[in-house]
Design a binder for this molecule. Structure first.
Ligand SMILES: Nc1ncnc2c1ncn2[C@@H]1O[C@H](COP(=O)(O)OP(=O)(O)O)[C@@H](O)[C@H]1O
Ligand SMILES: [Mg+2]
Length: 271
């Protein structure tokens, strides 16, 4: 090894580490076509068939940011803010409507929680599929699958079809796959909001461990305490727009102020 090499541990914060993710002017619009049902009266009057209608949702609007290696990025924002959409775009599951997403690290090792589960297969079978999808060889997957299955603590349920699982149980499988398949970039979407306290503690410990080895981590969570604890960088989305990005304390504080103002302004709105 040359004397110039620097290990990640000795890299100071002021030194610029390589980019892990670059998102430029990213917009994502969902277009859903649906049959507009005639009202009962219209239906009676003219036996009308439904009209085809298109609903567009601008889930992300001109979002730009860069993430350097070693970052544990928390993503916060109210329901419908675009957090999961951003995660899917980062995972390469959802193509940008406009703008670009660049990720350094094998795309196959990016895992989004619960994406791609086949509900008719058992938890164990989904673990195997998840491993293969993340780019591991069949042999590597076979070596790990039992440990991963064990880690979920689902007992006999692990061999039952996943459609019989509660959302908390599915989240356990997703989380276990995500953390055990040696991802370059670890992505966890709301995993910790489900499940009991004991499992959450175990999951937190596992994530802290992975923070050391993964190139970058993305965590979407409603647990602001968790975000502050696990992340060194936070991005706040609101209605598809990037509101603020920076130190966890600062961004979380601003977000909380914003939520309070909104709550007093209108009580029936979902924050
Ligand atoms: N598959 C989809 N088809 C149409 N609209 C969607 C789809 N997924 C999400 N949306 C809409 O996009 C917006 C952002 O959703 P999402 O990214 O799931 O937000 P969050 O994860 O922050 O709650 C919401 O208005 C949601 O209704
Ligand atoms: Mg979401």
């Amino acid at each position: 090894m040359s004397s110039l090499s620097v290990s990640p541990e000795t890299t100071s914060a002021t030194e610029v580490s390589p980019l892990a993710v670059k998102v430029e002017d990213l917009s994502i619009t969902y277009r859903t076509t649906f049959e507009r049902k005639p009202t009962l009266k219209q239906a009676l009057v003219r036996f009308g068939r439904g009209q085809r209608a298109v609903r567009e949702v601008h889930a992300l609007k001109h979002v730009s940011f860069e993430i350097r290696t070693g970052t544990a990025l928390g993503i916060i924002g109210s329901n419908g803010a675009g957090k999961s959409t951003l995660m899917r775009a980062l995972a390469g599951i959802l193509p940008p409507t406009s703008g670009s997403v660049e990720v350094w690290g094998k795309a196959s090792t990016l895992l989004a929680l619960g994406v791609g589960f086949n509900k008719d297969l058992s938890g164990r079978e989904n673990i195997i599929l998840g491993g293969l999808a993340s780019g591991l060889s069949r042999r590597e997957v076979e070596e790990r699958a039992d440990d991963v299955a064990e880690w979920t603590e689902l007992g006999d349920f692990i061999d039952m079809p996943m459609r019989t699982y509660s959302s908390g149980m599915s989240a356990r499988v997703g989380f276990s796959v995500a953390v055990h398949m040696k991802p370059d970039i670890l992505m966890i979407d709301e995993a910790l909001s489900t499940g009991d306290a004991k499992f959450r503690e175990k999951a937190n410990a596992k994530m802290a461990e992975l923070r050391q080895s993964a190139r970058a981590m993305f965590l979407v969570s409603h647990g602001l305490g968790n975000i502050k604890e696990m992340c060194n960088d936070v991005l706040w989305l609101n209605q598809g727009q990037l509101m603020m990005r920076g130190e966890p304390e600062e961004v979380v504080d601003e977000y909380m102020k914003f939520v309070k103002v909104k709550q007093t302004a209108s009580t029936d709105e979902d924050i």
